[in-house]
Design a protein. Structure first.
Length: 183
């Protein structure tokens, strides 16, 4: 992967100091939050670029990889498009786009849902299973582009970000499948 030259300073830390200068009366948690959010957003950019570079030889992106993994883990290799969107936590339009591209590449096929006459299933093909197996082996070898971070810190990072997701009601931790926003 081609990278831009290293900066001789941390632009996020510099932005944080400037934030403190321009907003001197804020709670120190505001400054820490600004630095953390900006760091998360930059880390997201770095990770997507590295993961997509691993996937490029397979002609898929990370979002398509996630759909293939989900289908490969399903009991029959098939899921309704609505279930894919629910599990990947994306809009139906995004699922349609992902499945369209995977279908065009021969990695999934659409089939009528026998349980729902109006619904459609996405079914992983043998070629899709091969791609997901090879890509997963590469991701595992690369530790999902997270090799710079040790195991204890990875566990802490997951726990910290999970708290953010819980606060946003991203999922129901009691596992009952009820949308906590509808209680």
């Amino acid at each position: 992967m081609t990278r831009q030259p290293f900066l001789n300073f941390d632009p996020i830390e510099r932005a944080g100091r400037l934030w403190e200068q321009h907003w001197p009366d804020e709670d120190p948690a505001v400054y820490a939050s600004m630095r953390a959010v900006t760091s998360i957003m930059r880390a997201h950019q770095i990770l997507i670029a590295e993961l997509d570079a691993i996937l490029r030889p397979y002609g898929i992106t990370f979002s398509r990889y996630e759909a293939l993994v989900l289908l490969s883990y399903s009991r029959d290799g098939s899921l309704p498009l609505s279930k894919i969107g629910e599990r990947l936590q994306v809009h139906a339009t995004s699922v349609t786009n992902v499945v369209d591209r995977l279908e065009a590449a021969g990695l999934v096929r659409r089939e009528p849902n026998p349980r729902d006459g109006r619904g459609t299933l996405a079914t992983i093909t043998d070629a899709g299973r091969e791609v997901v197996a090879k890509a997963t082996a590469e991701f595992n070898a690369a530790r999902f582009a997270m090799s710079a971070i040790g195991l204890a810190d990875l566990k802490s990072l997951f726990a910290i970000l999970r708290e953010l997701r819980l606060d946003a009601e991203d999922f129901n931790p009691d596992g009952h499948g009820n949308d906590p926003r509808r209680r």
